[in-house]
Design a protein around this ligand. Structure first.
Ligand SMILES: [Fe+2]
Ligand SMILES: [Fe+2]
Length: 412
């Protein structure tokens, strides 16, 4: 790979993720010398595996990597890329951490790996991912901070290399006795996010029985940055979901509480609207928009306290109020339009009267308007059979015929 290619890669990574840039910058250089004795690729003046001095004449600029060496480095680089992409494209933190673990094993030439996270009480580490047949057994175990090698790294927030665990008093062997794996050597590094420890990552036993090197430590530290970013992303997503769930509950409680008989209306509308959306094979962001719009469809009543929510079938202001309240929230922008038209009927009747009709009305609004009408009739204690007859009779008029058929099918 030429230097221009490397520059391009650095820029892409820097744009997408600072930690990924750090990780890439610690990759073994493409033009690194290869040990003339054991063939190990290294960046130092002495081979860290067998101790043979590097050939000083073979400076990186003079050396031409062999085809197989180029392929090896390309494969290593691909692994870093794959993990960097996973972090930005998936919210599945377990999947990313598994990739980090297997890349760590491959790049450090080791037999096993694990990633442990710190408990909420910060007193214990628990296995998040562990390789090997007994990996699932390990995920049930906890390691107190300060105990064993991983516990020492967590307590001291420093990387640690133990070339022979049998002579290190910190090694307890407890995990080995559970897993059946025989640890000979360990490289363990802390996972740190914003100066705060979130866990540790470790690789065990070099495949060829050699010692761990500073290069191995640099690789594992780089990969740990990926793991840390994945954990932060997962936490951010979880916090965001928690925020939305609570804000929605506060908002719906606020306007539903004006009349106790109305309690649960928004949840029922969301439940039926999303059931219809699923039948229409609506997925992804469009599905989320329908859920958000359905749960918040009557939010406009909050700023019109003089109106009772009981008037929601005839009150023409609340859809526009709701739209105005929601439209500036970036994450709910698309849902705002659905709220605006949730009392607009398929034939253009209803409100707001802007000339929209049939398929020009967003599908989410067509769903919610039918559900709103159905819930209205249920609130007025119409028998279910009568509601079904009303929907049937208004197919193609007030109600989208496809959506009406889905309602009639799922309400049987
Ligand atoms: Fe409603
Ligand atoms: Fe409404």
């Amino acid at each position: 790979m030429g230097s221009s290619g490397r520059i391009a890669i650095r820029l892409i990574l820097r744009d997408s993720n600072p930690a990924a840039t750090t990780a890439y910058s610690l990759l073994p250089e493409v033009n690194m010398p290869k040990c003339s004795n054991c063939g190990f690729i290294f960046r130092y003046d002495k081979c860290p595996r067998c101790g043979t001095l590097a050939d000083v004449k073979s400076s990186p600029s003079e050396m031409k990597p062999s085809v197989s060496q180029k392929e090896e480095n390309k494969s290593d680089l691909n692994q870093f890329f794959e993990i960097a992409c996973s972090i930005t494209t998936t919210s599945d933190v377990d999947a990313v951490l598994k990739k980090v673990g297997s890349a760590a094993e491959k790049l450090t030439l080791t037999m096993a790996s694990s990633i442990m996270l710190l408990d909420d009480d910060k007193k214990n580490l628990y296995f998040k991912v562990a390789s090997g047949d007994k990996g699932t057994i390990l995920t049930k175990l906890k390691v107190p901070v300060g105990e064993g090698i991983a516990g020492w790294v967590a307590a001291n927030k420093e990387p640690l290399i133990i070339q022979d665990v049998s002579v290190d008093p910190r090694f307890t062997g407890k995990i080995d006795s559970e897993s059946g794996f025989r640890t000979k050597s360990i490289l363990c590094v802390p996972l740190i996010v914003n100066d705060e420890l979130v866990g540790v990552a470790e690789v065990l036993n070099k495949i060829d029985g050699s010692n761990f090197t500073e290069n191995d430590k640099a690789i594992l530290t780089s990969l740990s940055n990926f793991a840390a970013v994945a954990i932060v992303n997962a936490r951010n997503i979880s916090n965001q979901q928690n925020f939305f769930a609570n804000v929605f509950e506060i908002l719906t409680n606020a306007f539903e509480s004006s009349d106790r008989r109305f309690s649960g209306h928004c949840f029922k509308v969301a439940q039926l609207s999303t059931a219809i959306a699923r039948e229409l094979n609506i997925t992804g962001q469009q599905y989320k928009d329908i859920y958000y719009a359905a749960i918040l469809h009557d939010v406009g009543f909050i700023i019109e306290p003089e109106y009772s929510i009981m008037e929601h079938g005839t009150n023409k202001i609340h859809p526009l109020n709701g739209f105005e309240m929601i439209k500036n929230i970036n994450l709910l922008k698309s849902a705002a339009d659905l709220i605006k038209y949730h009392h607009l009927m398929y034939d253009g009747s209803g409100f707001p009267a802007e000339g929209l009709k049939k398929e020009a009305i967003p599908v989410g609004s067509r769903i919610i308007s039918l559900v709103e009408a159905v819930e209205d009739m249920r609130f007025s204690v119409y028998p279910e059979e009568k509601i079904r007859q009303m929907v049937e009779s208004q197919k193609g008029m007030k109600f989208d015929p496809v959506i009406a058929d889905i309602f009639l099918k799922i309400s049987e």
